[in-house]
Design a protein around this ligand. Sequence first.
Ligand code: 13P
Length: 249
Amino acid sequence: MRRPVIAGNWKMYKTQAETRAFFEAFRPLVGSAKHCDIIVAPPFSALAAAVDAARGSAVGIAGQNMHWEREGAFTGEISARMLVETGCLGVIIGHSERRQYFGETDETVNRKTKAALEAGLTPIVCVGETLGEREGNLTQTVLKRQFEGGLAALTPAEFSRILLAYEPVWAIGTGRTATPEMAADAHRHLRDLAATRFTAEQASGLRILYGGSVKPDNIKGLMAQAEIDGALVGGASLDPKSFAAIVNF
Ligand code: 13P
């Protein structure tokens, strides 16, 4: 049985004060949740406040991005070991917004994933097709390219430590969720790719999260699919009540 993971990606939302207020309201609502891993990924400036506010709870804190080098002249970037020092356990890598607006590629996803693993972080690696690609029947082709370009160079031991997030770009922030069946189909395809590149056993241990307009009212249907191991939640993770309702699916 794969342990579910519910992760919140706050994107460029919440100051430190707003982060502290979130956790004050959120902690009592998920206090006794033992059925899943809970992750929150605040912006860099609120990471330390989040680590502090989540201390002693079941919530792990993750970054939203990182550079693959250990240190260097890379203005505006931070490294894996900086995230680790701040108290992060994981990091989101290759989110479609990073690919779309900041030029990330499968190659940078690969480098970042390796660097995150080397530093002891759990990478949450994002893949997913655009609307044009889905309508052009290219979903499987795109997922294969992203999987192979971003992850195939990992060793089996490295691969066993990642989380994969399937986030169809057309479902992000649009209120248009993939149906549970559509998401499960994509997850199955990704698991097949993992079985081909690694082993069947590794593929069956891989946790794949769905992301794209996950809300309290659709989480149950998504989690009812055996292929769906959790969710990566954007907008609905900003509100303590709605994120708690998703955690307590
Ligand atoms: P929404 O839940 O706001 O659609 O965002 C999904 C997402 O991009 C999570 O990483």
